[in-house]
Design a protein around this ligand. Structure first.
Ligand code: CP
Length: 307
């Protein structure tokens, strides 16, 4: 059965738990999976820059004994000559067994999925969704916090354009007793649809604040985000807002001893490098987990094809 991943909500809670358990199994015993995708090929079609997502997909497929092909910018593909995403995926369906696609336009990987004969994974579409980052975040939280329920999560920075925040909130509200504190400048508050259709509709406890220091002692997790320069319409606004929140050692002193700091990376200026040595800073570990969760995802979607 052909199955794609556009949004983390494409997986039920039970399917998500199975996927995260598989990722942990692979993390614990990678050798057992080293040949699981022998003779299978992953196409990474990236129309927008990436370090972690593209290379962790490559690493995931290579770890599974498979092979990778693809392109890393629109300029180096026939998109530069005007080829549509629909035509591109029709062709790639003959070259690979599964495809991970990143695109600056919201919905482009979905359009690809409509014309594809192989599973398409949304590797980030504009300011919309980034489901494999969410899977990475969920694996990090589950592995390091033991689960999701009962957590108070601070989301800090660019909550308007930060697609990883939107996907994480949508995934987390499916678990009981989850609380959010949204920390952002006024101009970068969460989008209305998230407030109305996800948080309010699910009766989720949340508040929106403008000062990080005030809420640090209340948090189990602090999810920092970069101000997304590439999504701003004018540079002046970006420059004015980019350093609204900078997490440093002084602010970390206000936090609990077991509070974890996550960040999808890349970091620009929002976490001072002095925080990196704090054992509560787990963002590089988080990036490492991304390989294992993508291995689990590739295995799961390819297995579905055989059903
Ligand atoms: N977190 C993330 O998506 O990083 P890249 O943009 O480097 O892929």
């Amino acid at each position: 059965m052909l199955r794609h991943l556009m949004n983390v909500l494409d997986f039920s809670v039970e399917e998500l738990e199975n996927l995260l358990s598989l990722a942990e199994e692979i993390y614990d015993r990678p050798g057992e999976f080293s040949d699981a995708c022998h003779r299978k090929k992953l196409a990474t079609c990236f129309y927008e820059p990436s370090t972690r997502t593209r290379l962790s997909f490559d690493s995931a497929m290579l770890n599974l004994g498979g092979q990778v092909l693809g392109f890393s910018s629109a300029d180096s593909s026939s998109a530069a000559k005007g080829e549509s995403v629909a035509d591109t995926i029709r062709v790639i369906s003959s070259y690979a067994d599964i495809c991970a696609m990143r695109h600056p336009k919201e919905g482009a990987p979905y359009v690809a999925s409509l014309h594809s004969r192989i599973p398409v994974i949304n590797a980030g579409d504009g300011g919309h969704n980034h489901p494999t980052q969410t899977l990475t975040d969920l694996m990090t939280i589950r592995k390091l916090k033991g689960g999701f329920s009962g957590l108070t999560i601070g989301l800090c920075g660019d909550l308007k354009f930060g697609r990883t925040v939107h996907s994480l909130v949508e995934a987390m509200v499916r678990y009981p007793d989850v609380h959010f504190i949204m920390i952002s400048p006024d101009e970068l508050r969460i989008p209305d649809y998230l407030r109305r259709d996800i948080l309010d509709r699910n009766l989720i406890d949340y508040k929106e604040v403008g000062i990080l220091e005030d809420v640090m002692p209340k948090l189990d997790l602090l999810y920092m985000t970069r101000v997304q320069r590439e999504r701003f319409f004018n540079e002046e606004d970006y420059i004015r807002l980019k350093d609204s929140f900078i997490l440093d050692s002084k602010k970390m002193k206000l936090a609990r001893g077991d509070m974890l700091v996550l960040h999808p990376l890349p970091r620009v200026n929002e976490i001072a490098t002095e925080v990196d040595d704090d054992p509560r800073a787990v963002y590089f570990k988080q990036a490492e987990f991304g390989v294992y969760v993508r291995m689990a995802l590739i295995l799961t979607l390819l297995k579905e094809m055989d059903r």
